[in-house]
Design a binder for this molecule. Sequence first.
Ligand SMILES: C[S@@+](CC[C@H](N)C(=O)[O-])C[C@H]1O[C@@H](n2cnc3c(N)ncnc32)[C@H](O)[C@@H]1O
Length: 247
Amino acid sequence: MARHIHVIGIGAGDPDYVTVQAIEALNDTQVFFAMDKGEGKSDLVALRREICARFIREPGYRFVELPDPKRSTGADYREAVSDWHAARARVWAAAIAAELGPDGVGAFLAWGDPSLYDSTLRILDAITGEVEFSFDVIPGITAVQALTARHRIPLNEVGEPVLVTTGRRLREHGLAGSAVVMLDADCSFDVCPPGTRIWWGAYLGTADELLVAGSVGEVGPRIAALRAEARARHGWIMDTYLLRPAD
Ligand SMILES: C[S@@+](CC[C@H](N)C(=O)[O-])C[C@H]1O[C@@H](n2cnc3c(N)ncnc32)[C@H](O)[C@@H]1O
């Protein structure tokens, strides 16, 4: 036997999104590694603990909080992210070696699904040379699925592609076809023509969920106002939206 790590997708907000496969992996885990994201996102850490308390049958597991190294705000975005991942990798390798015995089972809980805008798998890959362990991946319900389910819409139009992108890239490249936008700090849909259709969702799957749909021209200002107000109230916001060019 060797150390094993489950990378568990826990869904993007609603504890009911946790799958049966995830519950099995949660119950197989002795040590949960969690990033300390700082005060602002403590609601998210609390949700992870709530999921463990609700689904784990035998208490006996423990949490190990890993300090999240600071990301530099230098001009080169990719370089800053790559330095940050390297710093995280060092912290993770040391923690796995120190906290898991030779047959120990650990887990990282990934918000939504670990394959989508999440660095867990890249970091684990980077440390396979430094510390010995195997890992598996349990898929979860992403914010994209939560968004389309809550608006009761298909993701794609018949036979058409959908781009999954960031607010930054939408601003740089504009919209060509349907796109899901994530990680947008500043309502980047405002670069789109007013007839563009938008389905927006914030805090999806939680009691604070907000949903708005319409054209960017009609509902854009309302989304911007709702977003600013909710962000100020909670101290953080997570929102996702689907855009389609006007017919
Ligand atoms: C670092 S990415 C992680 C995505 C995640 N792995 C997933 O599968 O959804 C964080 C972004 O996901 C989106 N997101 C995650 N959870 C959300 C939620 N409950 N409501 C709205 N957007 C969410 C937001 O765009 C946020 O900026």
